[in-house]
Design a protein around this ligand. Structure first.
Ligand SMILES: NC(=O)c1ccc[n+]([C@@H]2O[C@H](COP(=O)([O-])OP(=O)(O)OC[C@H]3O[C@@H](n4cnc5c(N)ncnc54)[C@H](OP(=O)(O)O)[C@@H]3O)[C@@H](O)[C@H]2O)c1
Length: 220
């Protein structure tokens, strides 16, 4: 049996952090959950244990400690908070997988704040040069995690990164969460993935998808 990996979720009480934590609690992982407000983490853990009594999940009161103990670190925080978090965990994240889920949307949701020649994931990689940054989950809405099957089809979840082994590890994690993992390319493919979610958000607002929308590549 594969060694159990430890995953730190920073921002675990948010929409995405809690959705990802709930999903991954079904897998063979040890989850370390960090949120600014600790009572929210305890409430989340109570909800997870009610559904999954054997879940290996614990609350952490320090994101640096959580990152130290983790093999994989998921930053479930807004793009604007990533720099501050990255600076705190940089040493602890050395050689580890750090998952970037963010979509760097502007305040009117009609564009990205990043320049066209970069992405949130690539900016995070610059902040964490000794980590293996992988883009994942940014093309899935938090509301999709409870049922990653939309219109009868298992939603795709795109992944991008520069390290093949790390991509494989994250693909397995995405599959545990119930999505069909699709490796889109190296980390620069995050530019496309972040723009894809901008499009889906805009379509969702125009056609009232109610956040229950996702991506599926149709092919023969
Ligand atoms: N919502 C979606 O469907 C969706 C889909 C794909 C990707 N994303 C991406 O996922 C990320 C999180 O989005 P969300 O919708 O989950 O937002 P959210 O519900 O507002 O949650 C963000 C969480 O980040 C925490 N946080 C903020 N600054 C922090 C810091 N400096 N250190 C530690 N924690 C911090 C917040 O904690 P406090 O409230 O206690 O400050 C909050 O719990 C964003 O980058 C977003 O682009 C979201």
């Amino acid at each position: 049996m594969k060694t159990k990996q430890t995953i730190a979720v920073i921002g675990a009480a948010g929409s995405m952090g809690s959705a990802i934590s709930r999903s991954l609690s079904k897998g063979n992982y040890r989850l370390l959950l960090y949120a600014n407000q600790q009572e929210k983490t305890r409430t989340l853990i109570g909800q997870i244990k009610a559904v999954q009594p054997s879940a290996d999940v614990e609350a952490m009161d320090c994101k640096v400690q959580a990152s130290w103990e983790a093999d994989i670190i998921i930053l479930a925080v807004p793009f604007e908070a990533e720099k501050e978090v990255a600076e705190k965990i940089r040493e602890m994240a050395n050689q580890k997988i750090v998952i970037s889920i963010s979509n760097p949307l502007n305040s009117s949701y009609d564009g990205l704040v990043t320049r066209p020649d970069t992405s949130a994931a690539e900016e995070l990689q610059k902040l964490l040069p000794n980590s293996k940054v992988i883009k994942a989950f940014n093309t899935s809405f938090a509301a999709n995690f409870s049922t990653p099957v939309i219109d009868g089809k298992q939603a795709d979840a795109f992944i991008a990164g520069n390290d093949d082994e790390a991509l494989q590890t994250v693909a397995e994690l995405v599959a545990v969460a119930g999505f069909n993992p699709v490796v889109a390319g190296d980390l620069s493919a995050s530019r496309i993935l972040e723009n894809m979610q901008l499009l889906l958000i805009r379509l969702g607002m125009k056609y009232n998808y109610n956040w229950l929308a996702g991506w599926k590549i149709l092919h023969n």
